[in-house]
Design a protein around this ligand. Sequence first.
Ligand code: PMP
Length: 314
Amino acid sequence: MAFNKTEYIWMNGKFVKWDDAKIHVLSHVVHYGSSVFEGMRAYKTPRGAACFRLKDHSVRLFDSAKIYRMDIPFTPEEIDQATLDIIGANRLDECYVRPVVYRGYNSLGVDPSRCPIDVCIAVWPWGQYLGPEALDKGVSVCFSSWNRMAPNTLPAMAKAGANYMNSQLIKMEAISHGYVEGIALDVYGHVSEGSGENIFLVRNGVLITPTFAASILPGIIRRSIIRLAEDMGIKVIEQNVPREALYLADEVFFTGSAAEITPISAIDHIKVGTGRCGPITKKLQQTFFGIVSGAIEDKYGWLTYVPEYKGVPV
Ligand code: PMP
């Protein structure tokens, strides 16, 4: 999907025209994948655009940076404000938000310590990540022949650019075999996650999802769904999940900021449950979309409303 360009990208504290937001080809990140990033949505509500769990995303951004010894030259509050400003300056009432922190241009040894830490935030309208009918009809997926990263190789708890080389292998293989997405196992053979989504299964009314130890990204939608389910009185278990438990589940779904709550209709051509969006998935989906659209009261304080941008972008 090509970009739906907006006017400005926030780069190191400045508003830069979309087409001018460029970096040098010898920047460290281009060669060694030295970046950490976030992906968040701002939703359209009757009170204007609202970011979903803005602060939780900046906490994870700073956590990812900490793992890689990257000293972000802004505070989390400054990043949050910059996010609100760039959405406001682009006059968007809903969008995807992509903050990225990367090792920049100075020297090209593997040791990154002499390269600057640069920070950008881009925002643009982005539709349904897994296809226009995904939320409703579900997606057909496969298990990948690629595993997620072994725990002592690339840390999965960091949302690092380099991890997405692994994600790309999973995604490209799935697409080349005619599936929308792939599910990877960890190196011990337990279910891990999709190339850009966490995964849940429902069996006999219980919601089950892999633990952090299964090389997953600690997803913010994952955490939100666990909370919503618990508040609905649904039992939630975080545990090791064997591959075949997904084939036998009544319902399986992905969660992610881009993918939102996407039902899975079939895995390796084995129908999941009835092959349609199951009742628990539907209920969680409806509650989630109710909250983010402002139709259901946000009792969790998950929304941060974007104020009207009054300044002149410079
Ligand atoms: N796992 C991976 C590999 C991802 O890229 C994402 C998307 N950020 C997720 C899980 C879901 O995380 P979140 O709910 O925070 O978007």
